[in-house]
Structure formats: structure tokens, C-alpha cells
Ligand binder design. Structure first.
Ligand code: PBG
Length: 334
């Protein structure tokens, strides 16, 4: 056989051949839509740095939950924006706080048709914007924060959350939450551990979305973007503490980390395409510098290809629609 007979281009010749040979597909069930609900709103408020994303009212959140269930999405990740904040983030453990009410609303609307996930973190509820409570010297107090996370998780589970997701990167957070859930009789609530969460500059638009008051950064508790090996240590600890799912965050700039974790993990691995990743695509597209739809699709396929079983993305609803129309349409365009 001459080397000329080996022609990889054969499988690239027609859209149908390419579609048949493709190795990575997106499915709506693998996508999770992050949503923001702000206390006291009567109409949804757009988020300037996240075009197309809003702070929801109770009503618009319920409608979005229904749309997500109809689109076959995997789930929703809920973030609350409270009216009042204080040093310990009291609103986070208020049975009638914004996030707890949102969980009850969504559970009442879609029940088990959608996986309801909640952010277990204090940063939206503290007046200093850190993910935990502070010690006298101003540092984030790891163990005092664990007790707050445990209370929050139990509250969310009782309100109807299927999955609680601690995103602060406190040491021992998964174990503390697991123990509290067991003790509260909520043993069936799963934990999605933000295991490898980097102290990234890519959360900027999210901070606008939740009206964050954070002045400094999270480098004393979240990971150094330069570190790869440490992600395995963090994920191993979380699995040992009882995590049901793991997460790498952000996604696009951390595909090597995602591939490492996916190769090792005995549980499903999520990746979070964060607000800054979304904003960068939208901003470049608004200038006409990139083909928006192609780049959105490429960004999500790349995250899947690197090993993510599920993707948290602000594009979730849009991407779910591709199957019905967009993707098939594109197949017939050269
Ligand atoms: C913490 C949390 C953040 C994000 C998810 N959970 C913000 C932060 O760590 O500052 C960011 C997600 C995004 O940027 O889209 N509650």
C-alpha cells in the first residue's frame, strides 16, 4: 500500500461523513444553566457584562425552569442576590432567604424533571464579599465557615435541591456538608464539589451579576492558576470526603486540568464555562471579529472533548436548541 492510499480527508468530504465520524457530541442533558435570582425584583434586570443573561424575578425564574425542563437540560444552578448583607452572611441560612425561596419555587414548578443545584457559598451574602466568615485578623476562617456551609446545604436540601455545590474551596467543606446532610436525614442529596476552582480573573461579570462587594481576591483559599498537580490533590480529597460529582472551574483555560481530573475521577466531572469566558466570546462577536455561533459551539465541544461529563454554561438553553434546528441547519451549509 502506498502512503498515498491513506487519506484522512475521506471522512471529511461531506457533512454526513463528518457527522458520522465525529467523536464528541453535545447533549442537552449534559448542560446545566446557571441562573441568578435577585430578592425583591418585579421585572428581570439585564446584566451588562453578560449580554442575554438577567437577574431573575421569582416569576421569570419559574418560567426559565420550565423552559429548561422542556429543552431537556440537565439542570439549573441557582445563585441568590439578597437585599441585605452582613459579616456572617445571615441571609444564606434564612429559611425565607432569596436562595431558599428560589429552590422551593423551582422545585414546585418542575419537581424532579430537572436537577436543581444550589451554590453553597457565602460571598453573595456577606458584606465583605468573601466566601467565608472572617477571623479577627481579617483572614477567612476556614472551620467557622464550614459550619455555615453545612447549615446552608441542609436548608437547600430541605427546600428541594437535588445537588448542593460548595464553591468556596474551604478545606474539608465536602466532608462537613456530607456529615450534616446525613445527620439531617438528607442522605440522598448529592454534593457537586467545586474541587479545582482557580482564583481566576474570569469571574468579573459574575461579580456584577451578584453585585459583589469583594475588594481583594480569593488567593488564600482558591487555587493558583499556575498549578496543575494540586488539582488532583483537591479532587482526591473531595472524593474521599464523599463528593458525588467533581468540578473544574473555569473551563476553557483549564482544559489540561480537566483532562487530568477526568482521566482519574471515579465520579462524573463537571466543568464551568464561567462568566468571563462567555463575556469574551460575546464581546468579540459584537465587534464582528469572530463568528459567534461557531465559537460558542467550538468552546463547548472543546470542554466535552477534554473530558467533561457535564458543562455549566450560560449558553445551555441556546445550545440545547441547536439539536432541534441550529446544528442540523449548519450541517447543510458549506
Ligand atoms: C462563588 C461563585 C463564583 C462563581 C461561581 N460561584 C464567583 C466567585 O468565586 O467569585 C463564578 C461563576 C462565573 O464567573 O460565571 N459563589
Amino acid at each position: 500500500m502506498t502512503s498515498r492510499a491513506i487519506r484522512p480527508r475521506r471522512l471529511r468530504r461531506t457533512p454526513a461523513l463528518r457527522d458520522m465520524a465525529t467523536q464528541t457530541r453535545l447533549h442537552p442533558g449534559d448542560l446545566v444553566l446557571p441562573v441568578f435570582i435577585r430578592e425583591g425584583l418585579t421585572t428581570p434586570v439585564p446584566i451588562a457584562s453578560l449580554p442575554g443573561v438577567v437577574q431573575h424575578t421569582r416569576d421569570s425564574l419559574r418560567r426559565t425552569a420550565t423552559a429548561a425542563a422542556e429543552a431537556g437540560l440537565g439542570g439549573l444552578m441557582l445563585f441568590g442576590v439578597p437585599e441585605r448583607r452582613d459579616a456572617v452572611g445571615s441571609g444564606a441560612t434564612d429559611p425565607d432567604g432569596v436562595l431558599t425561596v428560589a429552590v422551593r419555587d423551582v422545585a414546585g414548578e418542575v419537581g424532579d424533571d430537572l436537577v436543581i443545584m444550589t451554590d453553597v457559598c457565602l460571598d453573595e451574602f456577606t458584606d465583605h464579599g468573601h466566601c467565608g466568615v472572617l477571623a479577627a485578623d481579617g483572614s477567612v476562617d476556614n472551620d467557622a465557615t464550614l459550619a455555615r456551609y453545612a447549615d446552608m446545604a441542609v436548608l437547600h436540601a430541605a427546600a428541594g435541591a437535588h445537588v448542593v455545590a460548595p464553591s468556596g474551596m474551604m478545606d474539608g467543606q465536602v466532608g462537613a456538608i456530607r456529615e450534616a446532610l446525613e445527620a439531617a436525614g438528607q442522605q440522598d442529596t448529592a454534593i457537586l464539589a467545586y474541587s479545582a476552582k482557580y482564583a481566576s480573573g474570569l469571574y468579573g461579570p459574575f461579580r456584577e451579576a451578584v453585585e459583589s462587594t469583594l475588594a481583594g481576591d480569593r488567593r488564600t483559599y482558591q487555587m493558583d492558576p499556575a498549578n496543575r498537580r494540586e488539582a488532583l490533590r483537591e479532587t482526591e480529597l473531595d472524593v474521599a470526603e464523599g463528593a458525588d460529582l467533581l468540578m473544574v472551574k473555569p473551563a476553557g483555560s483549564y482544559l489540561d486540568v480537566l483532562a487530568d481530573v477526568a482521566a482519574w475521577s471515579p465520579v462524573p466531572v463537571a466543568a464551568y464555562q464561567v462568566s468571563g469566558e462567555y463575556a469574551m466570546i460575546e464581546a468579540a462577536a459584537a465587534h464582528g471579529w469572530i463568528d459567534r455561533d461557531r465559537v460558542v459551539q467550538e468552546s463547548l465541544v472543546s470542554i466535552r472533548r477534554a473530558g467533561a461529563d457535564l458543562i455549566l454554561t450560560y449558553y445551555a438553553l441556546e445550545a440545547a436548541g441547536w439539536r432541534a434546528g441550529g446544528l442540523a441547519e449548519r450541517r447543510h451549509t458549506p
